[in-house]
Write a protein that binds this ligand. Structure first.
Ligand code: TPP
Ligand code: MG
Length: 336
């Protein structure tokens, strides 16, 4: 059962662990971890039924993090929920460890390995189908990336879920409008995203995916989905910000692959997180933050635009255009 930790605390810890894990291992995808942290936190703190002491409990809700490159987020949530020791998080990406960079089913609490994008929704739909056929309890949650939805297999699974009326299947798209090298609009246009899912027979709720109240309400509605006469699978389109929570990582494509290096990158990330630390949460790595942080200098690469195509696109989409970075201040503004 859930351990009673509030979702805001769990989200903070997921972000703090994510910074530490990628820093220690030199592992990628911190932007994706920060983006999905609130979705994962609300699931584990408020929504899912599970038993950490009995990970394969038959009545459990299943979660597939289809955007498996954000594995650090699910590892942190599982450790903080009692599935394995928090100490083990330090073995992320280490040879011989269980916490591979992409999600691994060798860990208690993980039902399906991911990392090769485009497979999670199919697996989730298959499990939901089997549960329904066997008249078993439990719902299946699949968390996808928006760039991942470029994969054709996602839409095959969407057809399947509608065809078999899988109202025990709840999908969430972490809609941060970015993928690995650019904004989504510049890679493969996907809007009107909600209409596409509706046309495939899904119920769609669109929310702010970094807002816990909106997430709780959407998940609650989704959980009740199968109880009434409603037979459609449920899609929660969660609008998020990639890198959410660390100002210099937000909406900056650099942080899809870059990890927080020793020096100002790590120090400033940790201290910024401390500014939003909920009361009663203890930072397991740097309880007081970093007292004498290294700060970025004028020559550090903090205010550059790393969106590769920005330099040659003449008609950059108005909707996503980055407003001038304020040079030297470390502050940025974005028009999203
Ligand atoms: C089949 C496949 N192709 C390419 C990759 C490499 N890759 C890793 S993350 C990523 C971008 C994913 O973007 P999105 O789904 O939007 O996730 P986000 O990081 O924005 O949450 C890509 C292309 C992969 N993991 N799997
Ligand atoms: Mg994305």
């Amino acid at each position: 059962m859930r351990n009673g930790m509030k979702s805001e605390k769990l989200a903070w810890l997921i972000r703090r662990h994510g910074i530490e894990m990628t820093h220690l291992s030199g592992g990628s995808h911190i932007g994706a971890v920060l983006s999905v942290a609130d979705i994962i936190a609300v699931l584990y703190a408020n929504i899912l039924d599970y038993k950490p002491e009995e990970p394969k409990w038959n009545g459990r809700d299943r979660v597939i993090l289809s955007k498996g490159h954000a594995g650090a987020a699910i590892y942190a949530a599982l450790a903080e929920s009692g599935f394995f020791p928090v100490e083990e998080l330090k073995t992320h990406y280490q040879n011989g460890g269980r916490l591979s960079g992409h999600v691994s089913h060798h860990l208690p609490g993980v039902d399906f390995s991911t990392g090769s994008l485009g497979h999670g929704l199919s697996a989730a739909a298959g499990i939901a189908y089997a549960l329904k056929k066997d008249q078993k309890a439990g719902r299946v949650f699949a968390v996808l990336g928006d760039g991942e939805c470029d994969e054709g297999s996602v839409w095959e699974a969407a057809l399947f879920a509608n065809h078999f009326r899988l109202n025990n299947l709840i999908a969430v798209v972490d809609h941060n409008h970015m993928q690995s090298l650019d904004f989504q609009e510049n890679t493969l246009e996907i809007e009107d995203f909600g209409s596409k899912w509706r046309a495939f027979g899904w119920n769609v709720i669109e929310i702010n995916g970094n807002n816990h109240e909106e997430l709780k309400a959407a998940f609650q509605k989704a959980k009740e989905n199968g109880k009434e006469s409603e037979h459609k699978p449920m899609m929660i389109l969660a609008n998020t910000v990639k890198g959410c929570g660390i100002s210099f990582m937000q909406n900056d494509i650099l942080w899809h692959y870059r990890f927080p290096h020793d020096g100002w990158e790590y120090d400033c990330a940790v201290n910024e997180l401390h500014q939003t630390k909920p009361e009663g949460v203890e930072d397991p790595y740097t309880p007081e933050g970093i007292p004498n942080p290294v700060l970025p200098t004028e020559s550090d690469d903090i205010n550059n635009d790393h969106t590769l195509t920005y330099t040659w696109k003449t008609t950059y989409p108005e909707k996503m255009r980055r407003v001038e970075a304020k040079s030297g201040s470390g502050e940025r503004e974005y028009r999203v």
